[in-house]
Design a protein around this ligand. Structure first.
Ligand code: PLP
Length: 523
């Protein structure tokens, strides 16, 4: 940006036009323009005064920095304002409904935060001696107990740090189990068309070759096609249930039985567990491994709010191959098992996923959530999340095409397509129109099985009043698109930035800031 004077002020001219709102500062009321930190600060100023450094002989052996690193000097209030202003250009679950399908953006209860900030948890170092952090191990142990209980599985590996990391953990255990049986030839993982993108990526990363299983008209796995593909080269399947069309796979048991009979394993992507927690136990469906996104189902923050956590629950058959470490109770003591032990647990562990024990802060939040909800509360989470999604589905189906609405209710998310929008209008226009209404858009163009998909997951933490406001906005934008209103094509109009060239941004990202050539230097 060239119109920056020495002090960082960036007066805009009336010609700067719409993007700046035509004001001197570029601000529009409370919507503040914010330049890059390099553009505000100057390398000649500093926010702190250091005394003269004592002179001494350098011991860097000639590796001293030879030029300045060019960081701008800012005072504390300038730095605080910079980041606070930037944060206001973002959308957050604490600002409003976040309808991003497949992401379970629900409220993060403040009680969770309070517990995670207790110094005994928050200040723990991962190398703290086991004797000095028995309470933390008790939290991990209790959470592990409830995850195994809620899923009806045999064991759990707590250390994976996200959903996709959990998938990797699960398929590595499958690989280890097959190798132990001398079945190195099983190299194919079957992944349904409707799978989350992380599933085929995980399978490929773990060295499997990936084959698609087509979806039926009703958005479910085609059971016959799956059965027909099973054989001695197939390691197993990766299935998301409820799937990414927001539908339950009713044939799950039959799928598991067929895969087991053919010598394979069943991986379930459990990211959508929110829709069935307390109602369905994946262990009863014949699943061998499933990750749980604590940052979705169990309300720990995500999406810029904190690290994820993806524990993996295992069937009895896969338990010996699960990764280290794990926490065990011996008498009154909690111990950390860091090596393969003979006996029931993890005797043939495939190794480790991470250096330490997992995301302690997320464990504390998730256990707080589970204990404060209780069994009845968790069941209600699932029921209300499904109820809210169906309310949106039925409130929208007369203005947007809902491809699976005829085959019955959805689970935790409602899916719409761009069928019925006039020539030249697409899903992206509806999504951008929602930004003007003050909502984060829903998930778009995913899953791929639905043309121009719009995937809406309201979650259970939204009130009817909030849902009604969202539905009002969504209906209004959808109706404008349907009627060919050209202003929808150029939305957003009220956001800090107008419609961006997202392809260019993805293909040619500008990642390095270059200092503008100053007028004096050019002279
Ligand atoms: C969110 C999600 C994932 C990935 O989880 P991360 O924690 O983002 O790695 C995988 N599968 C499905 C269905 C998801 O919704």
């Amino acid at each position: 940006m060239s119109n920056i004077n020495q002090s960082g002020w960036r007066p805009t001219t009336p010609q700067a036009g719409e993007a700046s709102g035509g004001t001197f500062t570029g601000n529009r009321a409370l919507m503040l323009e914010e330049p890059l930190i390099f553009e505000i600060g100057s390398t000649e100023t500093t926010g702190v005064d250091f005394g003269e450094a004592p002179s001494g002989k350098s011991r860097l052996g000639g590796l001293e920095r030879s030029r300045t690193i060019g960081l701008p000097g800012l005072s504390e209030p300038e730095a605080v304002r910079h980041y606070t202003r930037l944060s206001r250009q973002n959308y957050a679950i604490d600002l409003g409904l976040f309808p991003l399908g497949s992401c379970t953006m629900k409220h993060n209860p403040r009680l969770n935060e309070r517990m995670a900030r207790l110094p005994g948890f928050a200040d723990l170092h991962p190398l703290t001696p086991v004797d000095a952090c028995q309470g933390a191990f008790e939290v991990i142990h209790q959470l592990a107990h409830w995850l195994v209980t809620l899923t009806g599985m045999h064991s759990v590996a707590m250390s994976p740090k996200a959903g996709a990391h959990g998938e990797l953990c699960g398929v590595l255990a499958i690989r280890a189990a097959l190798d132990a049986k001398g079945q190195q030839a099983r190299k194919v993982l079957l992944v349904p068309e409707s799978a989350h993108g992380t599933n085929p990526a995980t399978a490929a990363f773990a060295g499997f070759s990936v084959e698609d299983i087509p979806a039926t008209e009703a958005g479910r796995v085609n059971l016959e096609a799956l059965k027909a593909r099973l054989g001695p080269d197939v390691a197993g399947v990766m299935i998301t249930n409820p799937n990414t069309c927001g539908l339950f796979e009713p044939d799950m048991r039959e799928i598991s039985e067929a895969v087991h009979a053919a010598g394979g394993f069943v991986y379930c992507d459990g990211a959508n567990f929110n829709a069935i927690v307390g109602r369905v136990r994946p262990g009863d469906l014949g699943i061998d491994a499933m990750h749980i996104n604590l940052h979705k189902t169990f309300s720990t923050p995500h999406g810029g709010g904190g690290p994820g956590s993806g524990p993996v629950v295992f069937s009895e058959a896969l338990t010996p191959y699960a990764p280290l470490p794990f926490v065990e109770k011996q008498g009154e003591q909690f111990v950390l098992v860091e090596e393969e032990t003979a006996g029931e647990h993890h005797a043939s562990s495939f190794g480790r996923m991470v250096a330490f024990h997992g995301q302690m802060g997320m464990f504390t939040r998730a256990l707080t959530y589970i204990l404060s909800h209780g069994a009845d509360g968790l069941r209600q989470v699932a029921e209300d999340s499904v109820l809210n999604a169906n309310y949106i589905l039925r409130s929208m189906e007369d203005v947007l095409d809902a491809p699976f609405a005829k085959s019955g209710p959805c689970m935790h998310e409602a899916i719409f397509s761009d069928k019925g929008l006039p020539e030249g209008f697409s899903t992206i226009d509806v999504a951008k129109g929602l930004i003007d209404e003050g909502f984060h858009p829903m998930t778009v163009y995913f899953p791929l099985v639905v043309h121009g998909a719009m995937l809406v997951e309201p979650t259970e933490t939204e009130s009817k009043a909030t849902l009604d406001q969202f539905i009002g906005a969504f209906r209004s934008v959808a109706a404008r698109a349907r009627n060919g209103d050209p202003t929808v094509k150029t939305a957003p109009h009220h956001a800090p930035r107008r419609r961006l060239d997202e392809t260019l941004a993805a293909r040619k990202p500008v990642l390095v800031w270059k200092a503008p050539v100053r007028a004096e230097a050019a002279e």
